[in-house]
Design a protein around this ligand. Structure first.
Ligand SMILES: Nc1nc(=O)c2c([nH]1)NC[C@@H]1CN(c3ccc(C(=O)N[C@@H](CCC(=O)O)C(=O)O)cc3)CN21
Ligand SMILES: CC(C)C(=O)C(=O)O
Ligand SMILES: [Mg+2]
Length: 276
């Protein structure tokens, strides 16, 4: 199988990857240092997710994240990953109120946040209109369906969506509609594996799953979750590192060495006095 050449700035690459059944890997990043690490890997897409409200800012949910928060973090991620394909989440209330505000906010993420594309949650009639308005501005849009975290008040918690046949039909219909509206990619979150497979086989655009099983065209996780750097452990997360505990151990070693005078050692000192 020939690997699709990925210059990481052309959205056509992702459609080709779907066509060649080459898995697409997406990961979140929220600042300069994280973006530098992620861009040093084979990860194809960096997502500046509104999950930053929870994992970086300590909010209870993603609803309080502002456009200014997103722009601030996007521009830091861009500085750390100058050549990567970066997608920014449109935060709650930034694409719900009017077409004019939707267009203005998407434009600000592109111009001030310096990202390549924006992502917005939902597939209702007004969300479809929002996707069309942004695509009309030559901005690539990634759609996001299923367990959309900005709908937590409506869902009454982070509950797997599309368990009932009527919900499955509705999600399949919405997936077709976001693709028809011009979305170039679709994130599927928190749905049964069979539905993730059906949607992926039905739509022409690449699907990226998080808690959507094995058959989506790619996978996305939250940086902190895969590194063991958050407390959240939903079923779909696999931990590849144990950062929380590693950090606590390292910081405790530092604190002990300060308290017992082991740090700083002579090699950490400018022009150390001769030891007596
Ligand atoms: N750190 C982090 N990771 C995420 O993936 C994430 C965020 N934050 N914040 C925004 C949303 C919230 N997300 C969540 C949060 C909790 C569950 C959860 O507890 N799920 C249950 C499923 C319950 C059911 O069966 O309906 C689980 O046990 O996995 C899922 C997604 C996904 N997003
Ligand atoms: C989990 C992904 C899909 C997301 O939307 C986020 O990080 O905000
Ligand atoms: Mg998000």
């Amino acid at each position: 199988m020939t690997k699709v050449k990925n210059n990481k700035t052309d959205i056509a690459v992702f459609k080709e990857m779907k066509h060649h059944q080459e898995k697409i890997c997406m990961l979140t990043a929220y600042d300069y240092a994280m973006a530098k690490c992620v861009s040093a890997t084979s990860v194809d897409i960096i997502l500046v997710g509104d999950s930053l409200g929870m994992v970086v800012l300590g909010y209870e949910d993603t609803l309080q994240v502002t456009l200014e928060n997103m722009i601030y973090h996007c521009s830091a991620v861009r500085r750390g990953a100058p050549d990567s394909f970066i997608i920014a989440d449109m935060p709650y209330l930034s694409f719900h109120l009017s077409e004019k505000q939707t267009r203005q906010n998407a434009g600000k993420l592109i111009v001030q946040g310096k990202v390549n594309a924006v992502k917005l949650e939902g597939g209702s009639k007004s969300r479809i209109d929002a996707i069309k308005a942004i695509v009309d501005m030559e901005i690539p849009v990634c759609a996001h369906l299923g367990l959309t975290p900005q709908s937590i008040r409506k869902f009454g918690g982070y509950k797997v969506q599309g368990k009932k046949p009527v919900e499955q039909e509705e999600l399949l219909k919405q997936a077709e509609e976001v693709a028809k509206a011009g979305a170039f990619m679709l994130v599927l979150e928190g749905i049964p594996e069979l539905l993730g497979k059906e949607i992926t086989e039905t739509v022409s655009i690449p699907t990226i799953g998080i808690g959507a099983g094995r058959f989506t065209d790619g996978q996305v996780l939250v940086y902190h979750d895969l590194l063991g750097y958050s407390d959240l452990q939903p079923k779909y997360v696999k931990r590849y590192a144990d950062l929380n505990n590693n950090i606590i151990e390292a910081v405790e070693n530092f604190s002990q060495e300060v308290k017992n005078g082991v740090f700083p050692a002579p090699e950490n000192i400018y022009y150390p006095l001769i030891q007596q």
